[in-house]
Design a protein around this ligand. Sequence first.
Ligand SMILES: *[C@@H]1O[C@H](CO)[C@@H](O)[C@H](O)[C@H]1NC(C)=O
Ligand SMILES: *[C@@H]1O[C@H](CO)[C@@H](O)[C@H](O)[C@H]1NC(C)=O
Ligand SMILES: *[C@@H]1O[C@H](CO)[C@@H](O)[C@H](O)[C@H]1NC(C)=O
Ligand SMILES: *[C@@H]1O[C@H](CO)[C@@H](O)[C@H](O)[C@H]1NC(C)=O
Length: 478
Amino acid sequence: MASGSRSLSLLLFSFCVVPLCFSPVAGKCHPDDEAGLLAFKAAVAGDPSGMLSTWKAGTDCCKWFGVDCQQSDRVVTLSRGGQPNDPKSFLSGTFPPSFSKLQSLTGIYFSDLKNLTGPFPAAFFKMPKLVYIYIENCGLTGPIPADIGRMSQLGALSLAQNRFYGPIPASISSLTGLSQLNLGGNLLTGGVPAGITKLTQLGVLLLERNQLSGPLPNFDSFRNLRFLGLSHNKFSGPFPASIASLSQNLAYLELGSNQFTGKIPDFLGNFRTLDTLDLSRNGFSGVVPKTFKNLTKIFNLDLSHNNLVDPFPQLGVRGIESLDLSHNKFHLGRIPSWVTSSPIIYSLKLANCGIKMKLDEWKPSETYFYDYIDLSFNEITGSPVKLVNSTQYLKGFWMSGNKLQFKMTDLKLPTTLEELDLSQNLVFGSIPGSVAKLKKLNVSKNRLCGRIPKTNFPASAFADNLCLCGSPLPNCRR
Ligand SMILES: *[C@@H]1O[C@H](CO)[C@@H](O)[C@H](O)[C@H]1NC(C)=O
Ligand SMILES: *[C@@H]1O[C@H](CO)[C@@H](O)[C@H](O)[C@H]1NC(C)=O
Ligand SMILES: *[C@@H]1O[C@H](CO)[C@@H](O)[C@H](O)[C@H]1NC(C)=O
Ligand SMILES: *[C@@H]1O[C@H](CO)[C@@H](O)[C@H](O)[C@H]1NC(C)=O
């Protein structure tokens, strides 16, 4: 698309190099837009990474960073994004009232600007063409305006990862043109307004990471919904039955870290397009339905931290990317064959799943992509040396509470490794100096011996071994 519009402007440009082409304000943006943008810049006290450095009075504002006029003299979209992990990449300030001079703005796309403090900008209410609002991780605070419903032209509203608090206003039911609503990662309380069922165009409804509670809306009216995220809230009661009506289109369903109880319904097996399912950290009990065999598109499945019992169904997936069944009441016996054969798996977490095997005998068809392996608290014997050596990108390897028996100096740590937990096993030999670069290490309760290499880990990371010595444990005897 970008190259298409570039060639279009080149074409227009070549028509205009002929002398007869006169356009006195060629490419100059409308003065109102320049004024609106400069007012915003003036209200920004801090911009250490220079995100607005090209915004200079008297130059064509259509050419400023993040400003797009789409071949008109009016600013149509505005986008600025910070680097999420760079502490010097932020804007601090607030939206000024005169931001509303941008009367032709249809979309604002701001992300990771971190410190645009202040409330939901009142100026937005005076911008009748504004249809797409994405202000994510920007530091806005206060309640979501009770009269947000007045912005009935909206097609997308994302206020994710700010510090909005208070209820989701009932007037949200008037935003019937919304195809995306993302209020995740705020401090919202209260219930989901019943009138939200009027937003029948919604394809994305994300409310996760708030403090929402109370009854969930009837999902029957959301026939287009593809993404539903309600995790990390305070919802309770049985699995919401009306979710059954979303079986045709839903790709992403996250209900994790709430207080749901009861059985996982059989109807979930009908969700042929589901690729991500997170029901973790609830009180779900009973068996995982046999119908899960039909979830052939599932890539990410997290059922960890519930009270689910055997038998776990055979799944019909061709490849799973990430699986977490940890801390239920499963006795899987072995790592399921559909996991071992997955060509794309990067995260496998089967802690406390009743697995009994010799690790050397596990022959996964692909280990190259593994980032995380957690097989803690099973009955796994043998050595992880070959498995770890066959990974390229491993970041976390958790094997606490098994019966691994191997010489620690044989373990070749991948350069990517950050966390290693081998505590409560039968590991022997001495600790290699290479562990110093890890962020977390625990080798307590093994049979290790010898001088501890220089690290910053606490004594509890090394405690209860055969004869480890040196800081942070007592000195070695000479
Ligand atoms: C964020 O903005 C507020 C006021 O706008 C200011 O007091 C504070 O120092 C800023 N924080 C950072 C990290 O710049
Ligand atoms: C999977 O779907 C097919 C076709 O709809 C159905 O006949 C079958 O019973 C389902 N299998 C399970 C285990 O539910
Ligand atoms: C580790 O992998 C390398 C290359 O893949 C191989 O040459 C080496 O023999 C392996 N070492 C062990 C202990 O398996
Ligand atoms: C290491 O694991 C033991 C349990 O095996 C635990 O008591 C200790 O707090 C852990 N230490 C660290 C640093 O994780």
